[in-house]
Design a protein around this ligand. Structure first.
Ligand SMILES: [Ca+2]
Length: 161
């Protein structure tokens, strides 16, 4: 009887936690925000980074995803705190950065040859592919909430194509 009661309470707590996740305040995990050093032929392919989207810094960036130049106003973490730092030691002819998350997220990449931005390529999920010169890339996963406590848990995939 007592065991049953305890289980019911534990289940209620789980449901409440899942509900609260929808309004943010998720906790980061030890494995989040990993940095990567990549060269063509890396294994495993893709490598996967994790973390929580968004931040309180509003960034204006532009995509060409809708057939024309489109402004994306997205919230990311501060300029000196990228979610992931990717060091490319030899250039890639075709590397893709893509994100999967539970909500509408964005992808911002500041690399040696410029700044790139993506919002909705695969549904609401962003993706940026092309040639990546050698150098250091700062990557932020943004959203449209502007809540610094971490809104959507995401997975970032870096895939050599
Ligand atoms: Ca999006």
């Amino acid at each position: 009887m007592n065991i049953l009661k305890t289980s019911a309470i534990a289940l209620t707590a789980c449901v409440m936690t899942a509900g609260m996740a929808l309004v943010g305040s998720q906790a980061a995990r030890a494995e989040d925000y990993e940095s990567f050093t990549l060269a063509p032929g890396f294994r495993p392919n893709p490598v996967v980074g994790t973390g929580l989207s968004g931040g309180t810094r509003l960034v204006d960036c532009y995509t060409n995803e809708s057939g024309g130049r489109t402004l994306v106003r997205t919230y990311v973490d501060s300029a000196n705190a990228p979610d992931h730092v990717v060091t490319v030691t030899r250039p890639f002819s075709n590397l893709r950065a893509s994100v999967q998350a539970d909500g509408d997220v964005t992808l911002l990449i500041d690399g040696p040859d410029g700044t790139y931005c993506s919002d909705d390529v695969d549904g609401l999920m962003p993706s940026i592919s092309g040639n990546w010169p050698a150098g250091t890339y700062n990557i932020w996963i943004g959203d449209f909430v502007g809540d610094g406590s971490g809104v959507y848990r995401y997975r970032l995939f870096l895939t050599q194509q």
